[in-house]
Design a protein. Sequence first.
Length: 275
Amino acid sequence: MKPLGSTGPWAAGPVTERATAVLAPNPGWMTLDGTNTWLLAEPGAARAVLVDPGPDDPRHRAAVLALAERRGTRITQILLTHGHPDHAEGARAMHEATGAPVRALDPGHRLGGEGLAEGDVVAVDGLELAVVATPGHTRDSLTFLLPADGALLTGDTVLGRGSAVIVHPDGDLGAYLASLARLAEVAGSTGARWVLPGHGPACPDPAGLIADYRSHRAERLALVEAALATGTTDREALLDAAYPDVPEALRWAAHLSLAAQLAHLSGRADAAGAD
């Protein structure tokens, strides 16, 4: 299959006029180069928004706070794209360090602040972010649209490199496919110029990347359906047929995605039968 996103290195740093990424020191198979923590502020503004504080790592926290200090800004809002530990584990310590409330869709991840939901607008010193619900990777996944920079902060819904893992049942492939369609619509209607992901490089072609993501999922589902059509139900055989290109070290993750695909296809068949 066609590689998704950039294959080049990623060192984070400023990407748009308002958005700068700080790369957490947690690289790995699932986190790629590490988690991207995004500091967002209007040029010259005294207050800033932080998206995804990342792991609870003192080095990372210090780097984020040092960046805000160099920019002459104070973090007054902390937003979560979703509650996975590599994005949200450091939220409490960052809340304690800054006094900023932590806002999320899931009430279990909020600290001293209101929730976030579809259609909300977060406004701080002239900076505006529109909240777009994009469930699928997790039930609580959100994307933040930064209209002034034409940027979509997508968390783990769309990565800068590779594809997102959908872990059933918290992850739901049907919801994920609908979220990709929604992001394609948002990118097209707003003329978005950047994807600012939770992992991997920023992408200057949102429409192209999202289209590739949708094609990738359709191709993978077609492979699973073709394997099922042979009559086999053996998970290892299905995995070999649907994921012939998966590295051995990621075979476990492919099994999780396969389970999500099988659940999606089963649900689709049940819906068709009900009709």
